[in-house]
Design a protein around this ligand. Structure first.
Ligand SMILES: [Zn+2]
Length: 92
C-alpha cells in the first residue's frame, strides 16, 4: 500500500515483528525508513495499538525534526482521540 506524505510517495508495509530492525536493543512495533520512504508496521498489532503505531510512524515521516518524545505524545493523543471517536480500519 502506498500513501502520499507532503507530496512524496511512501510505502506502508505490514510485516512480521522479526522483520523490523531492533533499535537500542528494543523491539519496535513500527519503523520509519526515510531513505527508502517506507513505513513498517508489525502485523501483530491490532486495533488501537495499530492506529497509534501507524500515527507515530506517519508523524516521523511528516517531520523528521520532531523529537521521539514529541512524536510519542502527539501520536498517542491523536490515536486515542480517533479511537474514542470510533475510527477503525476497514479491510478491503
Ligand atoms: Zn518513534
Amino acid at each position: 500500500m502506498h500513501i502520499s506524505i507532503k507530496g512524496r510517495k511512501w510505502a506502508v508495509i505490514f510485516c512480521p515483528l522479526k522483520d523490523i530492525p531492533m533499535k537500542n536493543g528494543e523491539t519496535l512495533l513500527g519503523l520509519c525508513d526515510y531513505d527508502n520512504k517506507t513505513i513498517f508496521i508489525a502485523d501483530t498489532t491490532h486495533g488501537e495499538e495499530r492506529l497509534a503505531t501507524l500515527t507515530h510512524e506517519v508523524l516521523h515521516a511528516v517531520d523528521d525534526k520532531l523529537t521521539e518524545k514529541r512524536v510519542k505524545d502527539l501520536a498517542n493523543g491523536v490515536a486515542r482521540a480517533l479511537w474514542k471517536l470510533g475510527y477503525r480500519r476497514i479491510e478491503s
